[in-house]
Write a protein that binds this ligand. Sequence first.
Ligand code: CA
Length: 228
Amino acid sequence: MAKEHILVVEDEEDIQELVRYNLAKEGYRVTQSLTGEDGFKTAKTAHPDLILLDLMLPGLDGLEVCRHLKADPKTSHTPIIMLTAKGEESDVVTGLELGADDYMTKPFSPKVLIARMRAVLRRKAKASADEEAPLKAREIVIHPGRHEVLVKGKIVNLTFTEFQLLHFLARRPGWVFTRQQIVDEIKGEDYPVTDRSVDVQVVGLRKKLGTCGEYIETVRGVGYRFKE
Ligand code: CA
């Protein structure tokens, strides 16, 4: 069974070797980076499934790398486990707040590290499966995996952008989203989505949803929400 691809960003070569050896033995594919700069660059091009990130790195340090990774759409969803030395608790807190998933304090047992990695990977897989799960919002059923929408049991053909818009709003009924938040979320593939075109998309979507179109509510001066 092909296992996940792990990027290890760590400047201490003995730790690199210990981790590489144990992960390879478990069947993981391992890519190594010795600096923060290289780690960030590699993460963007090699698309690892998980990153083991040392915090004390020469040059760009681990927290900076974490910040860059979370800010870049190409890497923002990649789970991160920080590798830390004793006494770096405040950095651990900062790292977790930046979006890292977990941490290991050195020296660590490779077995425990692998167990933590599995837990993080499982959590991520479950989160993305939930995103793919069918969603029922009143008389509307949305199948993200199949890109299909049923209104009162009948299939309605939506454009890619209309689908994204409906799915985004219906996932959080009652929450108000600004046009900018909607633009950031749905990034149209049929054409670039702008503030103004959100309004156009909403008009088109409401029409296709028929009587259920009224569930897409306009919140004056703010944006849109799916009726709670
Ligand atoms: Ca180090």
